[in-house]
Design a protein around this ligand. Sequence first.
Ligand code: NDP
Ligand code: OXD
Length: 315
Amino acid sequence: MSILFYCEGDDGQLLQTFRQRLPGHVIVDWSSERTTTDLHDITAAIVWKPPAEFFDNSPRICTVYAFSAGVDSILQHPGLPENATIIRLRDAGMAQQMAEYALYGVLHSHRQMGIQRVAQSRKQWIQDDVRAIFAADTHVGILGAGALGLQVAERLALNGYPVCCWSRSARTMDNDRVTCVHGQEALGDFLQTCNILVCLLPLTNATTGILDATLFEQLPQGAFLINPGRGAHMNESDLLGALASGQISGALLDVFNTEPLPENHPFWTHPAIIITPHVAAQSLPVESVNQIVKSIQTVERGDVPDGIVDRSRGY
Ligand code: NDP
Ligand code: OXD
C-alpha cells in the first residue's frame, strides 16, 4: 500500500522513520517524488500543514493521518476529499508538555511574577504590591476537557489549585479533584469563578473568537489568560482593551492569528504579555510515529482506531 507524505518542517527524519516502521508500505514523499510517481491510486496520507495542491493528483485519498492534535488546518484545506476520514494524534506526549506550560502560566500569575519582572527592570525592591495568596484561593478554569485539558487540570489540581473544566458534552471524572461543567448555558457561571483561564479548545465554527470582550467581562476583574489553543480563538484587539482597562491582568500566549507573530505586533512589547512561538506542546517524533503506525495497522485490519475526527463537529 502507498501513503502520500507531507509534514511541514520535516528535514527527512520523520519520513525516514515512517519508512523504517512501515516496511510493507511505499511512503511517497510529496515534496520530492510527486512529479515522478503516479499518485492517482494512493488512498492514505500522513500530513502536517500540507500545501494547497497536496491532494490535486490523489483523488482516492480516503484516510488522512494528521501529525497533530488540532485538525483545524487540515479541515480548512481546500483540496481535502469530501469523504476522507481524518485521524488525529491523541496526547502522544503533548499532554504532559501542555500541563507544564499551563502550570508555568498559573504560577506566574498566582505568584505575581509580572509585578516582579517590571520592578526588577527598574531596580525596585517592592514588597507591598505583592500579596500572599494561597493556591487554594486561586481558581483555574479550563476551556476544553479533552486529551490535553484533562491532564492540565489534573496537574494543576495536584498543585493545590481548585480546577474546573468546561466542555461541550457532560463528563464524569473518576476523582473529585477536578470539577466539570458543560454546555453554553454553564459558561457564564463557570467564567465568573476563573481567576485564571486556560483555553484548550479545538478551533471550530463554535469556538472561533470565543476569547473576546464579552467573555473577558464575565471573568473576575484582574483575571489572567493562558491561550495555547489556537490564535483564532482570540480577538486580539479585545485582549489589548481588556488589559488596558485592568479587566485582564496579563496573558501567556502561544498561538496567534498570524504565525510567526509579525514584528510590529503590539503583543511583542506589551509588559503584561508573555509570548511563546507555538511550542507549548510539540509533536514528539517517537510517540507520534508510534501512534500513527498503530492507527494505520488498525485501519488496515478493518478496526476502528482512536482519534477519528468528527468532521461535522470540527474536532
Ligand atoms: P480534544 O478534542 O481531545 O478535546 C477538546 C475539548 O474541547 C473537549 O473536551 C470538547 O468537548 C471541548 N469542546 C469542543 N468544542 C466545544 C464547544 N463548542 N464548547 C465547549 N467545549 C468544546 O482536543 P485536545 O485536548 O487534544 O487538543 C485541544 C487543542 O489544543 C487542539 O485542538 C489544538 O488546537 C491545541 N493544541 C495546541 C498545541 C500547542 O502547542 N499550542 C499542541 C497541541 C494541541 P467534549 O469533551 O464534549 O467533546
Ligand atoms: C497541534 C499543534 O495541534 O502542535 O498538534 O498545535
